[in-house]
Design a protein around this ligand. Sequence first.
Ligand code: PLP
Length: 355
Amino acid sequence: MISVTMRPDGPHPPAAPLRLALDHAALAGNWRTLDRMSGSAAAGAAVKADGYGVGVRRVVPELVAAGCRDFFVAHWQEADEIADLVPSGSIAVLHGPLDDADVAWARSTGVRPVINSLPQAARWLAGGGGPCDLMLDTGINRLGLPLAELGDPLIGRLEIAVLMSHLASAEEDSPLNERQRLRWEAARRVLPHRRASLANSAGIALGPAYHSDLTRPGLALYGGVPCAALAPLIRPVITPQAALLQTRTIAAGESVGYNATFTAARPMQVGVIALGYADGYLRCWSDVGTVRAGGHELAVLGRVSMDMTVIDLSSAPDLREGDWVDVVYDLPAAATASGLSQYELLTLLGKRFSR
Ligand SMILES: *Cc1c(COP(=O)(O)O)cnc(C)c1O
């Protein structure tokens, strides 16, 4: 057997050369904005995938303090990660109960399953049941109960706290939005439930007809802008920051990094920062990305490596080893520049960032 010695008085591990700075006021402000836009509905928060990569254990207390009382995660493990931070009964698990262990854990913790299918409904009821949420599939054809199964006696036995559906194209001006809303309204009229919830971030901007009792923003809380209507209202929340590991001068004609994709036209001062594709700063930023330091915007030179990226220090020659730079990561602009979605840009930021 391996014995583990706890060393509460031991030295702290060294600080990471990478951090994901969080603007707490902007996060709380975005939630309040979305809550206000939700009108008579309350805004909840989607905090799955470690709070979209922002760090769920620092996001959730901020949202609780702002007044948020409904939290949505995908996995049961994600509910466990935040259970001590939120009032009891305020977490729903979107994937639903996949086996009897999920059912038992939900019943002992008060975390609500979102029932997505007849087998999940049967599993929940067989385990004793109790308040649960129900996800109806009104046209995304992903997870959720098909409308054709709405009349099944199993569904009639559920104690539905939140009746939900999810929009497929809320960020677009698509006829599918109205089609889904009408199907959902029809279902709402026949299924008893305490509260109803349809809109994600972009759905909130579709107007009061989409708000009902509870909205479920995710992306926009974290500074993502899914549609033009939200652009003037949503503030950026995160800034990736990296420390300089080394600076050097390179001669005209020298190249930088793997495969020598950048060649200096003149002698240059360059710096190496502790950020690479293993941290989610993908190779699409090679020769394209920029960072900010002391009011200057500095270009990424050459290929992004696994753990390192080289930047041009020509306009900031005083930067030294150990200094920090802000990575330019404005989500809508970064999505356009990289071809990645704002959701991907957030959730791929790796675990080496201190959060
Ligand atoms: C992720 C998710 C949300 C949040 O969506 P955003 O587009 O990030 O606002 C809402 N509802 C469900 C069911 C989700 O899976």
